[in-house]
Write a new protein. Structure first.
Length: 487
């Protein structure tokens, strides 16, 4: 997608909304010195004190070992060019042909920017992004990817595994996701470094009361006169054929509904009367800013379940709470009905879909893990039988193994000759996809609820269904063979 959004232009447009750069880099020590795994240069509106406090909360130093550490520093925003060249130079010596002067002229260099891909990432779209910023804000992400991702990951993954296990972690990827505040970084990602520009327009207090949608938009003053476009539809998650109407609001710090905040921020109060559209509250909200005319700097869909789609007990819950928050849903269901799940698993799948429709995304993630763990346990138990109970159960601790351990044992199982002879060849991508649904936070409740579980589930729906399809077929095949042997 050619958006013609060069990194220099974006910096010039947005720099007045930032105070510092939050730079973090995960590195490991090899025989040839320290090697960069992943780095993120993130522009931020936080002060140095606030960023230092963030580093303390993340406790970055706790992960430092002899061959692994997280480098972090707070940079002045004007120093970003030097840091980009430094990051790029480690990977590609050809960067020496690009002079810093390219950044100081009226026009940026086409040669340098050909090395970058540019995507607009929002909480309702795809890609890897820092969850803490994107929970409330969209961002523009310039990133460099590595052509041979497998070689890159092999270079550090197995090398660091013993040290990571000593830290009490299942894998290096769990640590990387946590310290870099990412969702879904794993061995099938080719991301090498990222330069991230958050868009400081934030939706707050989105509610539906008596057919009236109310919300507040907090925005930095540079987005004065940005256009907020509401495209209203007749049914949740419907297509454009069911468009019912359009509303438009212009952000303005001089509006009668505007309120001045601190540090160049303002807040506009907005109302939309859904009674005149005679439809269920469902809309796509887009923010258009003339300074970046080719894209919408925010693009999100929101839907609300009408009473006719709810059970009687759920209707009572809705009536008891007259102020209902909107649910931003990308799909009607997370798990399709075409997957041939066994009866006991269908119940969990139904519960996942119902919970998703209510917007309880943390619960959806827990149930998805429960479903995957149970399927893995049953596959391992049917194949290894109780004679090798250690493959799925820790007898000393009296509990089943973690998803990470189950995944490792599953990977070993599908490579065994006897398994291939009885079940067949299983794509290695299934093992990689399971990595996505491993917990990226630590054991604390705060860490768990700081993860964007909605993003993980929605943006990996296709992978989840592929995994479930294969696990179900494996389980049914193994169970059938076991029954034949018993008979």
């Amino acid at each position: 997608m050619d958006l013609n959004l060069y990194i220099y232009n974006v910096y010039e447009l947005l720099k007045s909304s930032y105070k510092n750069i939050d730079f973090r880099s995960v590195v490991c020590k090899t025989n040839h010195g320290w090697y960069q795994i992943l780095s993120i240069l993130r522009f931020s509106n936080k002060t140095k004190i606030q960023l230092e406090e963030k580093y303390k909360k993340l406790n970055l130093n706790q992960y430092e070992t002899e061959r692994f550490k997280i480098q972090h520093e707070i940079l002045d925003i004007s120093k970003w060019e030097n840091k980009v060249f430094e990051l790029y130079e480690e990977f590609n010596d050809d960067v020496e042909t690009f002079e810093p002067d390219y950044f100081t002229g009226d026009e940026p260099s086409d040669e340098f920017f050909e090395e970058f891909e540019s995507e607009l990432l929002t909480s309702s779209r795809w890609g890897i992004f820092p969850q803490q910023e994107v929970n409330k804000n969209s961002l523009i992400n310039f990133y460099y990817t590595i052509p041979d991702k497998n070689e890159h990951h092999k270079r550090f993954n197995n090398f660091l595994k013993p040290e990571i296990l000593k830290l009490g972690e299942d894998s290096v990827y769990e640590v990387i996701n946590r310290v870099m505040e990412l969702d879904g970084y794993s061995s099938h990602n080719s991301l090498y470094f990222s330069v991230i520009f958050p868009i400081y327009i934030e939706i707050t207090e989105l509610n539906y009361v008596q057919k009236l949608i109310t919300l507040k938009l907090k925005f930095h003053e540079i987005f004065e006169n940005a256009h907020i476009i509401f495209r209203i539809y007749s049914n949740p998650n419907s297509d454009n054929n069911n468009l019912k109407g359009k509303e438009e609001v212009i952000l303005s710090k001089s509006s009668k509904n505007a309120r001045e905040l601190n540090d160049g921020y303002y807040e506009n109060s907005i109302e939309i009367d859904f009674d005149k559209y005679n439809c269920i509250p469902n809309f796509q909200m887009r923010v258009w800013w003339k300074e970046i005319p080719d894209i919408h700097i925010m693009d999100s869909q929101y839907g609300y379940e009408a009473n006719e789609f709810l059970k009687p007990s759920e209707i009572l819950e809705v009536q008891e709470d007259t102020s209902q928050k909107m649910v931003n849903m990308k799909y009607q269901d997370i798990i399709g009905l075409e997957i041939p799940l066994e009866i006991e698993y269908k119940e969990i799948a139904d519960e996942i879909n119902k919970t998703y429709k209510r917007g309880f995304f943390d619960c959806v993630y827990i149930l998805v893990r429960k479903l995957l763990e149970n399927l893995l346990i049953d596959c391992l138990r049917e194949y290894y039988t109780m004679s090798k109970i250690e493959k799925f159960y820790n007898d000393d601790k009296g509990r089943f193994l973690t998803l990470g351990r189950l995944r490792e044992n599953f990977n070993e199982m599908i490579k065994e000759k006897n398994f291939k002879a009885s079940v067949g060849q299983i794509p290695q991508e299934i093992v990689d996809y399971l990595e996505i649904f491993k917990e990226t936070g630590n054991s604390s409740a705060h860490s768990f609820f700081s993860i964007n579980h909605q993003y993980i589930i929605e943006n990996n729906k296709d992978k989840l269904e592929i995994v479930l399809g294969h696990l179900t077929k494996i389980y049914i095949k193994l169970k059938s063979q076991s029954n034949e042997e018993d008979n």
